[in-house]
Write a protein that binds this ligand. Structure first.
Ligand code: ASC
Length: 150
């Protein structure tokens, strides 16, 4: 009984944010846009290092990659149906082609994990390649699922 109760509490706790988001499309869209912006605030400084505009420092870069790994997981649960509102550029295809959209997400997660592993190893040439692969996953998803700027 205790186990069942704790299972119910766990499921309810996990489901709660999703439910509250679905109830407020504008807030969900806003949270999603903010999650992508947060990701960019780590991704862009890493890009300046990769492009040799800033010195490469192994530990600091690996730490940023770890942060990015975590941030990269945040936007996806926020793509709740009915939330292409406000500043959102989400195309309807996100919800009409869920498998293709999921594939883009998974490709991005694989790429960010590979970048983090490379950053741990510390070979800047390999880091550059992994960063480029990750940037390509951004573009690939945007090409299919993000509407042009209005
Ligand atoms: C960025 C950014 C993207 C990606 C993409 C890479 O910095 O805002 O959407 O990189 O342009 O191709």
């Amino acid at each position: 009984m205790n186990k069942l109760l704790s299972l119910i509490v766990t499921v309810a706790t996990l489901a709660a944010p999703a439910l509250s988001h679905a109830a407020d499309p504008a807030a969900t869209a806003e949270a999603r846009v903010a999650a992508f912006k947060k990701m960019l605030r780590t991704f862009e400084p890493m890009g300046t290092v990769v492009r040799d505009r800033e010195p490469y420092r192994k530990d600091a870069f690996a730490e940023q990659a770890k942060t990015l790994q975590m941030l990269a997981r945040e936007p996806w649960p926020l793509f709740v149906p009915g939330t292409a509102v406000g500043k959102s550029r989400a195309k309807p295809e996100i919800w009409s082609q869920p498998d293709a959209f999921k594939k883009e997400q998974q490709g991005m997660i694989v790429a960010v994990d590979a970048l983090a592993a490379s950053a741990q190893a510390g070979d800047i040439k390999d880091i550059r390649a992994k960063y480029a692969t990750l940037a390509n996953t951004c573009k690939s998803c945007h090409d299919s699922f993000r509407a042009p700027q209005r």
